[in-house]
Ligand binder design. Structure first.
Ligand SMILES: [Zn+2]
Ligand SMILES: [Zn+2]
Length: 155
């Protein structure tokens, strides 16, 4: 791991930290390029893989099965409820899940047990504006046709 790799990973982390919601690798890449960073998309993917392995990011899947990333808060591992319509996310109380996972590990004798819990739904804003069923405003985080304009992370 050379100095260049470390610098690029720090750039990825900095951009990730500025995002409130989960973002795709493509969105991070677009933001880095807009920030005049010389970095390749494959480097962004590699940095995200390393961050994931080191526990620096939380990862969820979007509707299409793509991976979305968010900097892990200082208080550690969290679970999120994510809106399928607009992509907004909020951390949820998952103490019962953590206790259950700890108990399973203790009972089975397994070490380094990991778990993934994904909750998706329609947030209050999307739910009330669209009425019954799935809304028409399908969230497509992997938009490729937006001429380099990264989706705003502002909430
Ligand atoms: Zn929503
Ligand atoms: Zn957990």
């Amino acid at each position: 791991m050379g100095g260049r790799t470390t610098r690029q990973r720090k750039a990825v982390m900095r951009v990730l930290a500025s995002c409130q919601d989960f973002v795709s690798a493509q969105e991070l890449y677009a933001r880095l390029v807009a920030d005049a960073q010389s970095i390749g998309l494959t480097t962004v993917y590699r940095a995200l893989r390393e961050l994931e392995a080191a526990g620096g990011v939380d990862v969820v899947r979007d509707d299409a099965g793509g991976r979305l990333y968010r900097q892990r808060p200082a208080e550690g591992h969290r679970h999120y409820l994510i809106c399928r319509c607009c992509g907004s996310s909020r951390p949820v109380d998952s103490e019962v899940v953590e206790q259950w996972a700890d108990r399973i590990a203790a009972e089975t004798g397994f070490a380094a047990v990991q778990h993934t819990v994904e909750l998706t739904g329609l947030c209050a804003g999307c739910h009330t504006t669209t009425g019954e069923g799935e809304p028409p405003c399908r969230w497509e985080p992997a938009h490729q046709d937006n001429r380099g304009e990264p989706r705003s992370c502002a909430n």
